[in-house]
Design a protein around this ligand. Structure first.
Ligand code: VG1
Ligand code: CO
Length: 540
């Protein structure tokens, strides 16, 4: 039986950089998840009888919301849902399943690298038929609908069994529970030279992959250990836990410091990697070298032709604006297009669909390609392994040679988390007002060449996205970028991105190399004055 349930709108269901993210108790309010899911369906048209993919990263509240989503999909007229077994699908695996089975779209339940648990974060994101995050046109329509919604539709189908692989009927709709790993592992096998990587492990290559008790555990075990023959124990913390073992599933130098320390130690493995809550981010650490995500994007782009899936070369490279320009130098050398987009994977979809870009990346540890329409943590790790297997050099040698060829973009991000929202907004609006007066002035001994608030015009559909981050460019190619996070769930997070290019001085300490730019940013924006903080909460 299908019920129409009266509801009242919530005013705070605006999707951010990557879907709607809130604390679990917010999602547990009466009809909160139902309102949002119905708003998604109401913002779409033409899905009657079509397939919807549903899966999440296994965090606290995942199963409850999946049950609601399945029952609501049936009531709203979808013909079929494909759900990952146990409610599990990594974000890139969900993207792949949407594309492979020509689904109308998908609901991905995740708050990515944010912590999980009864008082931590939850999230819902809608992806369109190309497998990628819904573009702003759709997220705007979802938000508009959420402010006026008065009822939602749900089928009384009871609790469906998500733990057995198989197909059944529920509420007049087909439910197919699938192995979350199989299709994804097959896709990886089609892109990379598994024989070469197997031979690498046979030669004694040692790797540490930390799944951080998040969604990539089962994927990493199957691909690295079962299919590629890496020794048991190569993939660690592989059981997805609803609270990620009480840690932030954020593969950065703070939350994966244990891996960093191991990789810098005396008996370090050859290669270290980690992924985040929903499996779309990657951390890459070679023995004795942390590879910044911006450098990783550049190195992968320069060497991608060594993997079978990219042997024909790249059509173009895209990166988010705050990501360093290291990849731009590779694109220039390869003679291919380079695109600079706002933060968030949704801006890459059109470029990938149009065949303008093959590889994309963000400084926040996201890298991916046109194989899906999401960033993909294990994909990046496997491309690295493919390159290491073919070049037979260490990660450190590969990165060092890359810098010798292209120069080095020293890069760091400083995050000020949970600062007062009003103070953060004041900082940004005051800085915005100052922008026109900055060019030509000198700050902390550095001369400002240009300053603006980044605006993007999508070259495919012409849509314009304004106010995407404030850039201050200095003489010599250095720059600082300031923007507010669109994924946080408490207060505001201010991000300061700092970049300096050096053609030949390749072995400076990163934070020392960037110190004068950090001083300049504080002088220009008054970060300490506005936030009351004397140092960032996280430096990556
Ligand atoms: C952050 C990152 C951005 C990334 C987004 C989603 O957004 O900066 O690059 O695309 O998270 O990643 P923001 O607005 O907080 O800066 V994930 O792995 O959280 O889905
Ligand atoms: Co993520």
């Amino acid at each position: 039986m299908i019920r129409t349930v009266e509801t009242t709108p919530y005013s705070d269901q605006k999707p951010g950089t990557s879907g709607l993210r809130k604390k679990v108790p917010v999602f547990q309010q009466a009809n909160y998840a139902e309102n949002f899911i119905q708003s998604v369906f109401d913002a779409l048209a033409g899905f009657s009888g079509q397939t919807l993919v549903i899966g999440g990263d296994g965090r606290y509240y995942n199963r409850e919301v999946i049950q609601k989503a399945v029952a609501m999909a049936a009531a709203n007229g979808f013909g079929k849902v494909i759900v990952g077994q146990g409610g599990i699908l990594s974000t890139p695996a969900a993207s792949n399943i949407i594309r492979k089975y020509k689904a109308f779209g998908g609901l991905i339940l995740s708050a990515s690298h944010n912590p999980g648990g009864p008082n931590e974060d939850f999230g819902i994101k809608y992806n369109i038929g190309n497998g990628g995050p819904a573009p702003e046109k759709i997220t705007d329509a979802i938000f508009a609908r959420s402010k006026t919604i008065s009822s939602y539709r749900i089928a009384d189908i009871g609790e469906v069994d998500l733990d057995q692989i198989g197909t059944f009927e529920a509420g007049g709709m087909t439910v197919e529970v699938v192995d979350p790993v199989k299709d994804y592992a097959e896709l990886m096998e089609s892109l990379f030279d598994f024989d070469a990587i197997r031979a690498l492990f046979r030669r004694g290559f040692r790797m540490a992959f930390d799944a951080m008790h998040a969604v990539t555990g089962p994927y990493a075990k199957e691909i690295l250990e079962n299919r590629l023959g890496a020794p048991a124990g190569t993939a660690r913390k592989c059981v997805p836990l609803p609270d990620f073992g009480g840690h932030h599933p954020d593969p950065n130098l703070v939350h994966a410091k244990h891996l960093y320390d191991e990789m810098m130690g005396a008996d370090a493995p050859d290669f270290g990697a980690a992924s985040d809550g929903d499996g779309d981010r990657n951390l890459i650490i070679g023995r004795g070298i942390f590879v910044t995500p911006s450098d990783s994007l550049a190195v992968l782009a320069a060497n991608a032709h060594l993997a079978p899936g990219y042997k024909g070369g790249l059509k173009g490279i895209a990166r988010s604006m705050p990501t360093s320009a290291a990849a731009d130098r590779v694109a220039e050398k390869l003679g291919i297009g380079m695109y600079e987009t706002p933060t968030g994977w949704k801006f890459f979809g059109n470029l990938l669909d149009a065949g303008m870009a093959t590889i994309c990346g963000e400084e926040s540890a996201g890298t991916g390609s046109d194989h899906v329409r999401e960033k993909d943590g294990l994909w990046a790790v496997l491309l690295w392994l493919n390159i290491l297997a073919v070049r037979k050099e260490s990660a450190k040698e590969i990165v060092t040679k890359h810098w010798q060829t292209f120069g080095r973009n020293y890069y760091s991000r400083h995050d000020y988390e949970e600062v007062d929202s009003d103070a953060a907004n004041r900082l940004v609006s005051q800085l915005r007002e100052r922008l026109p007066s900055l060019p030509g002035t000198e700050v902390a001994g550095l001369r400002i060449e240009n300053a603006d608030d980044f605006s993007y015009r999508d070259p495919v559909d012409g849509s314009v996205s304004k106010n995407q981050g404030i850039r201050v460019m200095f003489e010599g190619g250095s720059r600082v970028v300031i923007r507010l996070s669109g994924t946080g769930t408490a207060g505001a997070t201010l991000r300061l991105y700092v970049e300096r290019y050096e053609g030949s001085r390749l072995d400076l300490d990163t934070q020392e190399a960037l110190a004068d730019l950090v001083r300049a940013a504080d002088e220009i924006a008054g970060i300490r004055r506005h936030t009351g903080r004397d140092k960032p909460s996280v430096i990556t």
